[in-house]
Structure formats: C-alpha cells, structure tokens
Design a protein around this ligand. Structure first.
Ligand code: AMP
Length: 380
C-alpha cells in the first residue's frame, strides 16, 4: 500500500506532526483485520535518489507502531531479493514498512525497471497516498499499471468524495474562500470553481493583485503585478457567469513588516489605496464581517489558503475568524483544501469542527482544478 508518510521533523529529529500517519490508520487496521500482510511504502523528503539516513523512514515505523498498537517490521530497503524474501517470511496480519522509495532515482523518474521490481512484492496494490497522487512517480503511477488488482484506500476514497463528489454536486449555496500567497498558484482553481460555486471570496496576498486590477495602490505588499490581467479576467468571468466574487473591502496593513523578525511596526486598517512602503498583512474587520455573513448562509464550504500572514499573531485575526465561522456553521459540509489552511485550522483549534480536512496540498489544488491525477488515473 502506497501511503504518504512524508511527515515533518523538528530540529531534534522528532516527528512534529503525525497527521499523515494517523490518516492512514483506518485502511491499515482494516487490512490487518482481514488477515493481509500489509506492506507499506512511502517517500520522505527529497533524498534525490540516494540512500541518506537523514531521510530514513525508520522513526516513522516506530511512531506507526505506537499509533497502531501493533508491531511494525521495518525493512532497510524497498526492492530486491532480500525485501522479497523478508516479506514472504512474515505472518498474515503483520505490518511492514519499507525504506524510503526515493532512495532510488527510479521512483521519481517512474523508471519501468524500478516499477517491475516493486511489482514483485505485493499481490494487491492499494493507494492511500492522496498527498502524492499528483506525482507521476513509480509507486503512484507506474506500479499500479502493472498490477492486476488495485484499489483506493479509505483515505483516498474520502479525499475524492469530499474534494470531488461534494463539490461537483454541492448543496447550495456553495461558498468558496481562497487565500494564500499567489494568484498564479490558485488561478486554475478559481477558473474551475467559477463553474460550480455561488460565491468566491478572496483573501491573503492574492487579494492585492486583484486590488491592483481595480486600480488601487498596494504599497510594498506581496503582489504579482504581472498577473493583473489574469485577475481582471477572473473578475470579468465571474460577472458574466453571475457568481458573487467578493474582494476585501478593507485591509490590515503594516508599516515595517519584517517576517523574519516577526515584527510589523505600526498597523492600520485602510480601504482603497495603501500608503507607499506599507504592506497588507490581513483582511480588515469589515471584510471579516462580510465574509462571515456569506459563510453563515452556506451549505457547502470550501476553504484553501490563509487570509493573511497567520504565522504572526498580529496578522491572524482574519484567518482565525474565517476558520471559526466555518466551524460555527454546523449545517454545512465544510472542506478544508489542504496546505496552510490546515495548519491554520489546527493552530486555531478548529479541526474537529469541520467536515473534512484534506491531507494533500498540491494534490488537492490540482484535483480542484479538475486535473486527472496520475495516482487516481492509474487505479483505473
Ligand atoms: P499558499 O501556500 O499559497 O496557500 O500561501 C500561504 C502563505 O501565504 C502563508 O505562509 C501566508 O503567510 C502567506 N500570506 C498570506 N497573506 C499574506 C500577505 N498579506 N502577505 C504576505 N504573505 C501572505
């Protein structure tokens, strides 16, 4: 089973967030209960095709064993005769974790020889690694093609159901909140959702490109001045389609933003033009109220991307207020579309108030853009 155990580590080498391990537990437990030999394979970090202990999955095996309450056998390889014979030798119902797939360059290259070697090990292929499904890598794309029996795990199934099914035929109103750093990263999602959503609300640094498109000054804000045309096109298209496309009506700005030092200098709320040298850091209070109202009426909510620099306490009011408003709308199906909005939801303590939190950052964005992900296509 391909899993996404690409977990973050702190400076002391401890796993700092085991969400991805926890997300795979239901499928692993189910397979163990069915008496399968569960052979787990994952990547971790970017070892660039070479063995490097810094990227070993061994600590993940220990953490998985703790979470599962079962022993996990760790093998120091992922292909070859030793791995094959070790797998043959274990009992049904055991759990095995193979070493990092990316210790072999064939993984990222989707090398046919590496795919054939991987295919020697299992009888059935399962993919529960939604977070890696947008990569046409060997374990995600080439291997399943060689396998007769292939299935999606429970996590993969849930991801496809929420990000796909529930936004394809949403209960209305379907309200989308998009934020984050760049318009260029999210324009594909905006375009795709213009055909599905009833309202789209924009926040984060992305909003400043739209602000520019409307003819305002944005000071020293993070902004893509070469993407103004794209932003304008999205605005025109929303108008033509009769979608409510909401931009911030006010902004929190900082005089001396220093992200590294975590300081902002003087802060102000402005509408219209930003003074020279000042940077937008969050949506303003009127915008928060406007977006909250829209969210409270929604029956389906999709959120991707923070409303401001939520990593800094002085700039997280917008993001946290949106997270709280989503959690408060208990009537709705609420979907948090991966990446930094998940961090914000966890940081604010709102995780158990939403319907679904995607484990895929890049994968969820590509899926929402309407792209067929290689890992999904390969399950046929
Ligand atoms: P993304 O990965 O595109 O979802 O962007 C997330 C990042 O956007 C976070 O690290 C935020 O700090 C950053 N961000 C959001 N709003 C702003 C802003 N107003 N200025 C600078 N960065 C921002």
């Amino acid at each position: 089973m391909r899993v996404d155990f690409n977990v973050p580590f702190d400076s002391e080498g401890n796993i700092s967030d085991s969400t991805r391990i926890e997300a795979a537990l239901p499928t692993i437990r189910h397979l163990v209960e069915q008496g399968a030999k569960v052979i787990l394979a994952s990547h971790l970090g970017r070892p660039r095709g070479e063995k490097n202990q810094k990227f070993s999955l061994k600590p993940v095996a220990a953490e998985l064993a703790r979470k599962l309450g079962l022993p996990v056998i760790f093998l120091e390889g992922c292909i070859g005769p030793e791995v094959e014979s070790a797998v043959r030798g274990i009992h049904n119902g055991s759990v095995v974790l193979l070493e990092n797939l990316r210790f072999h360059s064939g993984e990222e290259k989707n090398d046919p020889e590496f795919c054939r070697s991987l295919a020697q090990i299992p009888e059935i292929y399962a993919n529960d690694a939604f977070g890696a499904a947008h990569r046409a890598h060997a374990s995600v794309s080439g291997l399943p093609v060689l396998m007769e029996e292939k299935v999606a795990g429970f996590l993969m199934e849930r991801e496809l159901d929420y990000l796909g099914g529930k936004t394809e035929k949403p209960e209305r109103p379907f309200v989308v909140i998009l934020g984050g750093a760049k318009v260029s990263d999210k324009i594909g999602v905006i375009d795709a959702l213009l055909d599905k959503a009833d309202s789209i609300m924009i926040g984060g640094a992305m909003a400043y490109t739209f602000h520019l498109a409307q003819g305002f000054e944005v000071g020293s804000s993070l902004c893509e001045s070469d993407k103004v045309e794209i932003a304008q096109k999205a605005l025109d298209s929303a108008k033509a389609k009769g979608i409510r496309f909401l931009l911030p009506v006010d902004h929190l700005i900082a005089e001396k933003l220093d992200f590294g030092a975590g300081s902002t200098g003087e802060m102000r709320v402005v509408e219209g033009n930003f003074p020279e040298g000042w940077s937008g850091v969050d949506i303003g209070p009127k915008t928060i109220e406007l977006y909250k109202q829209e969210i409270s009426r929604a029956r389906t909510i999709l959120w991707n991307g923070p409303m401001g620099i939520f990593e800094m306490e002085a700039c997280r009011d917008g993001t946290f207020s949106i997270a709280r408003a989503i959690g408060d709308n208990v009537e709705s199906v609420s979907i948090i579309g991966g990446g930094d909005s998940v961090k914000a939801i966890n940081l604010g303590g709102f995780a158990d108030k939403v319907s679904f939190i995607s484990t895929g950052g890049g994968a969820s964005l590509e899926f929402l853009e309407g792209k067929l992900l290689p890992g999904v296509a390969a399950l046929g």
